[in-house]
Design a protein around this ligand. Structure first.
Ligand SMILES: Nc1ncnc2c1ncn2[C@@H]1O[C@H](COP(=O)(O)OP(=O)(O)O)[C@@H](O)[C@H]1O
Ligand SMILES: [Mg+2]
Length: 249
């Protein structure tokens, strides 16, 4: 079932000095439960696409639909995970993950139980009362993902969420995040400029052109297993070469 549709979307940033055409006629359809990576060079318009999906900004032309309804304002059904974990240092891990329900004034016992259950399920149970600075970078990203899930979003938007981590941690956190998203059966859109990351995580890879971004190619590598297992797959480097050529010309 189609959950998200980007229909001929263009976006022009207007500032006093200049007009910047960021997106041009972007079309994309995403199915429920899919993990899609959107890849393209720095500054091509990746974050812009996520901002439009989140409803924080409207397209200059074209429309975006979530479950058949036009997105024209910020909607609660979308979870956003960023490069930095943005956990509040003065809140415990449990209270950080309850931020969403609190802001929505829905901090019911059921919501607390759900967030608390996710923390247990994904290995942070003993850190519920700990503060973010007591956790490693990888654990903090996991906590940030759990906080995003506690909103019960229909779609997760991930904006280069691993790029602030060192290489070893990044591999581990990729595995974690992929496992959690798949076991919670969430639809996810990851934007990244890292080709290996896209191939190891996504069911489908959308390659964008330079700015103004439009969809250049879509690939479906059909690798299976965890991101680490996919990196070991014999076709991994072949996919890397194909996509590298697309991104660099
Ligand atoms: N708020 C803004 N006002 C004006 N220009 C912007 C704004 N945000 C982004 N841009 C420009 O739009 C282009 C795409 O930006 P962005 O979507 O952040 O790219 P990416 O995430 O792919 O690196 C860039 O040239 C950037 O400078
Ligand atoms: Mg960006």
């Amino acid at each position: 079932m189609e959950i998200l549709k980007i229909d001929n979307v263009s976006l022009i940033y207007q500032t006093d000095e200049a007009e910047t055409e960021a997106l041009k006629d972007v079309n994309l359809s995403i199915q429920e439960g899919e993990f899609v990576a959107v890849i393209g060079p720095s500054g091509c318009g990746k974050t812009t696409i996520l901002t439009l999906i989140s409803g924080l900004m409207k397209p200059t032309s074209g429309k975006i639909y979530l479950d058949g309804e036009i997105i024209d304002r910020p909607v609660g059904d979308i979870g956003y995970m960023l490069q930095r974990d943005h956990l509040f240092p003065w809140r415990t891990i449990l209270s950080n993950t309850l931020l969403g329900p609190e802001l929505q004034k829905k901090k019911t016992p059921e919501a607390v139980e759900y967030a608390s259950g996710l923390i247990d399920k994904y290995g942070l149970g003993e850190f519920k009362k700990a503060y973010p600075n007591q956790l490693s970078g990888g654990m903090r990203q996991r906590a940030a993902l759990i906080r995003t899930l506690a909103y019960r979003p229909k779609i997760l938007l991930l904006d280069e969420p691993f790029s602030a981590l060192d290489y070893q941690t990044r591999l581990k956190v990729c595995d974690d995040v992929h496992g959690i998203i798949k076991s919670e059966k969430k639809t996810a859109i990851l934007v990244t400029h890292d080709i290996s990351e896209a191939i190891s995580l996504a069911d489908r890879i959308v390659v964008l052109t330079h700015r103004p971004a439009t969809v250049k190619k879509i690939y479906e590598p059909k690798l299976s297993g965890s991101p680490l297992a996919r990196r070991e797959d014999q076709s991994f480097s072949r996919w890397f070469d194909v996509i590298y050529k697309d991104v660099s010309v």
